[in-house]
Design a binder for this molecule. Sequence first.
Ligand SMILES: Nc1ncnc2c1ncn2[C@@H]1O[C@H](COP(=O)(O)OP(=O)(O)O)[C@@H](O)[C@H]1O
Ligand SMILES: [Mg+2]
Length: 242
Amino acid sequence: MDSQVLLKVENMTRRFSGLVAIKDLSFEVRKGEILGLIGPNGAGKSTTFNVVSGFFKPSEGKLAFLGEDITGMGPAQVCRRGLVRTFQHDSLLRDMTVYDNILIGTFDMIRSKPDRDSRVRETAELLGLSDVLDDIAGNLPHGLQRLVSIAIAFATRPKLLCLDEPLTGLNQTEVGSALDVFRRIRDEYASSILLVEHNMKAVMEICDRIVVLDYGVFLAEGKPEEVKQNPDVIAAYLGKRA
Ligand SMILES: Nc1ncnc2c1ncn2[C@@H]1O[C@H](COP(=O)(O)OP(=O)(O)O)[C@@H](O)[C@H]1O
Ligand SMILES: [Mg+2]
């Protein structure tokens, strides 16, 4: 096993009845990197997330995390190994406080109450949520609710944090702060991030590498500058076909 590889996706296919949402997809997430996964709407990004995080089983192919075969494992098993995801639509508990929301992320991971408390507070500090810990999550502005979703996931201290469109609906200032948080997650906590995001400016700025999907098929991979100039990628985004 390559010691730099965290998640290895090999020849993964996922079908929904007749529809092939992902076809023979292979890529890897390396330790300590922010990997962008981009592609037009319907390209299969969320399906990829659902499969790697154990919510859907792949129809074909193999998934390995830190060299261990995790193909077919459920979300809880995958989470315990250090792979956690957020959802494209918020997954927080709207009637509970921010504190209790973040606490959910610690349940499976930490036994002692004081340790859970410090994990919640440290996570809130990282996400800029310390001042709203006692607020009801559903009453917060949209931007903060997105951060609560990330806080719940990151409270588990995953080795790989998968974020599905975390910047949707954030204003420019909020996007800037979120990107700072992602960098801290990578640099201070040595967690990798798999990022699905439509905000191309942010993706190009934050990602170490990018994988491009189109109609469920691998289209390109490389550093942001390389991907940006790839004619196949440009064509896919402009809707032109050779
Ligand atoms: N649960 C599902 N059942 C049936 N089709 C699905 C399901 N989830 C996704 N799809 C289909 O798979 C394709 C890829 O969707 P998705 O992974 O959500 O794309 P993206 O996140 O890149 O926009 C789409 O054609 C979508 O309609
Ligand atoms: Mg999606």
